[in-house]
Design a protein around this ligand. Sequence first.
Ligand code: URA
Length: 245
Amino acid sequence: MKAALEWQIACGADEAILDAPVDRTSPPKAEVPPRQAPAREAAPDIDPVAAARTAATTALDLTTLRAAMKAYEHCDLKRGAKQLVFSDGNANARVMIVGEAPGRDEDIEGRPFVGRAGQLLDLMFSHIGLFRTESDSERALYIANVLPWRPPQNRDPKPEEMKMMLPFLERHVELVDPDLIVAMGNHACLALLGQRGITRLRGNWKMALGKPTLPMFHPAYLLRTPEAKRETWADLLSLKDKLRR
Ligand code: URA
């Protein structure tokens, strides 16, 4: 018995009994360090407006501008939209129309102003002899938007979205180099003129990006407010008159 006790002490036993048995025959388990969250990579500080300006100014023609806009990753609208809506019409046109943003139909088709508002736009401009399908630059239209991606549920563009896409619009106008711009509705006026209040602005020629610019009611507004078509007819005649001069 004494010899058995001495043998246990020699094996390391220093207490008569423990709360839990100790297996002294297996090699000790390696200690597992507590799990740490993977180190987060610091996101580089990107200024979306500066990134847009660099991408836009390096575009030398409309094809590369379109590609630069398609590759631009800083506008969240891109992720909710089906595709980029760049422009429609004749890039040699004397008149460039700037709208707000694509809606559902434009998002599906990839061309601006193809829904009900677009059909009214085509009808309005046809009355003064201007068409997006026309090859003669004197009678042609070119159409783009402030934003090239559809906002979800057609909500209003956010100021930061307009700000980051503005360098692309500025370059777009520079490359098309129209004689006249039509700013369609409040958001186009805000982007191009830095002014809102289309009821007061419409019909009054301004300068935007070095071009005579005519603010007009948006055709979507005219669909809801047909009585405003009278003022729009006056604006169309003003545009026709300006083209003659
Ligand atoms: N409204 C716009 O402003 N642009 C479009 O392309 C369609 C509707």
